[in-house]
Design a binder for this molecule. Structure first.
Ligand SMILES: [Zn+2]
Length: 138
C-alpha cells in the first residue's frame, strides 16, 4: 500500500494541477474537494496531513498568488483568443472581438475559484522542495 500510494502523483505538474502538497505530493492542500463551495474554497489545513509540511510558510504568504493568478488568466485569455481567432474568427468590421471579450469575461469569473486554488498550488510549489521517500507523520 505504501509503495502504491507513493507512486501516485509524484510528477510536479500533476501534483500542482491536483492541488497536492509540494513536499510529499500526496497530501491535499485544501480541506474541501469542491472549489465552488465558496465558503470553504480557500480553506487549507495548517499542515499537510501526510508529511506535516506547514502550508502557510509565513504570515501573508499567499499574497503573492495574485501575480500567479494574473499570469494564469492572461495565459488563458491568450489561448482563448487564438482558439476564437482560428475557429470563430475575429474581424475589425464586426463585433466579434466584443463577443470574445464578453464571453471570456464571464468564463473567467466562473473560473476564479479554480484559478485561486491553482495559484496557491503553484505559489507554494515555488518555495517547498519535493522530498522523495518522505516519512509520513501519521
Ligand atoms: Zn505533504
Amino acid at each position: 500500500m505504501c509503495a502504491r500510494s507513493h507512486k501516485q502523483s509524484t510528477n510536479l505538474i500533476a501534483s500542482v494541477l491536483t492541488n497536492r502538497c509540494p513536499k510529499c505530493r500526496r497530501g491535499k492542500l485544501f480541506t474541501s474537494g469542491n472549489p465552488y463551495n465558496l465558503k470553504t474554497t480557500l480553506d487549507m489545513p495548517e499542515t499537510c496531513p501526510v508529511c506535516g509540511q506547514r502550508f502557510e510558510l509565513e504570515t501573508g504568504f499567499y499574497f503573492g498568488t495574485g501575480y500567479v493568478s494574473y499570469a494564469l488568466s492572461v495565459f488563458y485569455l491568450g489561448l482563448s483568443f487564438i482558439f476564437w481567432w482560428l475557429f470563430i474568427g475575429i474581424s475589425a468590421t464586426d463585433n466579434s472581438i466584443y463577443w470574445w471579450l464578453g464571453t471570456n469575461s464571464i468564463i473567467l469569473v466562473f473560473l476564479q475559484p479554480v484559478l485561486q486554488r491553482l495559484s496557491r498550488s503553484v505559489w507554494i510549489a515555488f518555495f517547498v522542495r519535493y522530498e522523495r521517500g518522505n516519512k509520513a507523520v501519521i
